[in-house]
Design a binder for this molecule. Structure first.
Ligand code: PLP
Ligand code: COI
Length: 358
């Protein structure tokens, strides 16, 4: 399905090594990309593995006007056995198909999605950092038809690009600070909150900017109807840790069904902890933090993995979580997840998907 076109000027090994030393997040890109096109008459076609380069896009391309775009975020890791593996990539393929359906876009068949991602991981395998780094993969699809009428487009481009990445938060493993947004909501019932579409993030940026202005790492969104129930962060799901019980907001349709979230639920249950997926209000959060009943809070997602929350700020004040550091449950769940992702611990749920060299 994919034709490989030779790269005319791949990055020299010494420059690549220098870029891999401290890649940050989302700033350094590998040499290649994978592309596929879809048209209503031909379906998916023209699969290519080729040099990463700018797209030629008509100024009337529907994505530039009506934001018909969906994406995924997933990682490839160097594993303890010297190989390379993806973490639960079939879940990303499934979520991508659901996001596409919600945005009235054609589904990329799961096998094709996986082939595209694997092709990029293989050709850019030298870009996977060692140590605590990983290769962040960004599959995405957008409406490329030149047409200004408002209806689902009849031409799309699917693409996968990759970034070698280190820690998402600049403070590394330091606990993060959250800002609870009073003015903005991210998603409403019946909307696109559970789809991974660019528009959700566009609408969240003003709230994220407000969080940054207030010295916080991430914004917390409350529900649209009552502005009371905690939903999720700008780019992560959230867990509240009580004695022997974890609470996380339910998949109401307004939050992203995180693959890290699902993995944490499974690991916690394996460890004998009870997990309650239920609404949790901001008023309870404040009261439980004050009483000490709430032991730990953490955020989780592909980019951030598992990040402890040390403090919560809002228009009316601020409150600490525990002693403001990584608590024992947060640390244990993070270590277990990371060990599985890197092939350093048994993988009882078969989450790792090895990518073998071709
Ligand atoms: N919520 C939002 C809004 C996100 O952008 C992400 C990141 O992908 C997540 C949650 C976590 O999802 P996952 O664990 O699948 O990366
Ligand atoms: C991810 O974790 O993959 C995301 O898309 C979230 C974003 C903060 C990078």
């Amino acid at each position: 399905m994919f034709t490989t076109l030779p790269h005319p000027r791949a990055t020299p090994a010494d420059l690549r090594a220098a870029l891999l030393e401290n890649p940050g997040f989302g700033k350094v890109f590998t040499d290649h990309m994978v592309t596929l096109r879809w048209t209503s008459d031909q379906g998916w076609h023209d699969g290519q593995v080729r040099a990463r380069e700018p797209f030629m896009l008509d100024p009337a391309a529907a994505v530039l006007h009506y934001a018909q775009e969906v994406f995924e975020g997933m990682k490839a890791y160097k594993t303890a056995d010297g190989g390379v593996a993806l973490f639960r990539p079939a879940e990303n393929a499934r979520r991508f198909a659901r996001s596409a359906e919600r945005l009235a876009m054609p589904a990329v068949p799961q096998a094709l999605f996986l082939q595209a991602v694997e092709a990029l991981v293989k050709i850019d395998a030298d870009w996977i950092p060692g140590g605590e780094g990983s290769l962040y993969l960004r599959p995405f699809m957008f409406a490329s038809e030149a047409f200004l009428g408002v209806r689902p487009a009849e031409a799309y481009t699917f693409c996968v690009i990759a970034c070698p990445v280190g820690a998402y938060f600049k403070g590394g493993a330091k606990a993060i600070t959250l800002w609870v947004s009073d003015d903005y909501t991210r998603a409403a019932p019946g909307g696109t909150g559970d789809a991974k579409c660019g528009g959700n993030y566009a609408g969240s940026l003003i709230a994220q900017a407000e969080a940054t202005r207030n010295g916080c790492d991430q914004v917390v969104f409350l529900d649209a109807a009552e502005h009371r129930w905690v939903e999720e962060l700008g780019g992560m799901n959230i867990f509240f840790v009580f004695d022997e019980v974890l609470v996380t907001p339910p998949l109401s349709g307004a939050i992203l069904p995180g693959i890290t979230r699902a993995s944490i639920i499974a690991l916690a249950q394996d460890a004998g902890l009870r997990v309650e997926e239920r609404p949790y209000g901001f008023d309870s959060w404040r009261a439980d933090a004050a009483s000490g009943r709430l032991r730990e809070v953490f955020a989780c997602g592909t980019a951030a993995v598992v990040a402890a929350v040390g403090e919560v700020r809002h228009a009316g004040g601020a409150f600490p979580i525990g002693d403001r550091t990584d608590g024992p449950i947060t640390r244990r769940l993070r270590e277990q997840l990371v060990a599985i992702q890197r092939g350093a611990a048994p993988d009882p749920h078969a989450w790792l998907h090895p990518v073998t060299a071709s």
